[in-house]
Ligand binder design. Sequence first.
Ligand code: ARG
Length: 466
Amino acid sequence: MGKKKLVAKAGKLWAGRFTERTHKLVETFTSSLAFDRRLFAHDIEGSIAHAKTLGKAGVLTGREVSAILRGLAAVRTELEKGRFPFVPQDEDIHMAIERRLTELIGPVGGKLHTGRSRNDQVALDLRLYLRQELGRLLEGVTQLQRSLVGQARAHQDVAMPGYTHLQRAQPVLLAHHLLAYVEMLERDKGRLRDALARANVMPLGSGALAGSNYPVDRAYTAKLLGFPRVTENSLDAVSDRDFAIEALAALALVMMHLSRLSEELVLWSSQEFRFVDLPDAFCTGSSMMPQKKNPDVPELVRGKTGRVYGHLLALLTTMKGLPLSYNRDLQEDKEALFDALDTVAASVEVLAALLKGLTVNRKILAGSVNSGYLLATELADYLVTKGLPFRQAHAVTGRVVRACLDRNRDLRDLTLADLRSFSDRFGKDALAVLTVTGAIERKAQVGGTAHKRVAARIKQWEQSLR
Ligand code: ARG
């Protein structure tokens, strides 16, 4: 035929139509093996299901299926034991496994890829992997919630200044503050579950883009792999990565919450606040300043948040201009997704452990709720009970606070006579509203910081997180 020598022997599974070997630079540049080898178990699981499906369709004989299954098991053992002989021509984990399978069992290994493309194969592997990792992460987030609830239970009686604008605002229970994060994490879990549900669809049988020429029972493949549904459009199945982006978005929100919690741990453990002490085992020292105990763990969680946001934006951007269906750009999905999953899992785990060892400085907190005019709103609300419209009550109380500030006094230093000089609506019972406990107990509606509400919520969490 043609003059040019074909180079099928050069080692690539697809080398048939090529007349030149792949350039070394291209081999390195296009390889995904360094990162997609972590998909090997899922790739093999998918191949086993595919081989069985081909057998059921009569495309492979029973003996062929058995040979392939035995070969795949041997390949899996090699990979698990770190004995798998990778070669530079292995472009990705899918090609590596198929090459090795054929080395081990002979030409019948070449039948495995019938009716399949790496395009539907990689979509499958990624969904299987994500399903596993999201399941693990859900458990990790639950552990973190348990740590928070544990600290809430242990400090149900501790009041602290609640802040807005990082200015002391109103007293709240420390437990109420901690439980706020439990609520956030519960919504995060809902989003992770949603992402999981949409990832949990079986794409195999889509082929490269158009579907399969073989009478494969896709529902059977799905059943073997534990998927409740199959994809309904082959082009969509090999093209889209919205399931991965959705997971990344959910992961970004988890990190946002962890980052806020971390920021508070950094603040609270500072010498300016001293609300809490982080366990020594979770802090590091300074190479120069002997007195330092640094909150590196929450700082790093806060820092890693940017990296997870980055992965979300990276994959969104990768996808935005791609024509259907598969394009090699999609190979960029994996590092983003893997690193985001690793980062979030590690952050969740380390924070859960750190929180268990957190020491709360009750004395400091008790002192801090006694300054900062945290009870001013109580005084305004008292005047409302005496018939003053809230806006006027606010103004009167503002003048009281101003006078205290000028004289360097606290609201609780005031006598009834002092109060009555601002408004004759102040009665004998006015001074009684100026207690931290009273302020907390009056917030008794659902969602408020009153002891009984917080205690009830702790109980609910303890039951639902069991
Ligand atoms: N390594 C590729 C990826 O991760 C697998 C699919 C390659 N498909 C192809 N036709 N080149 O996306």
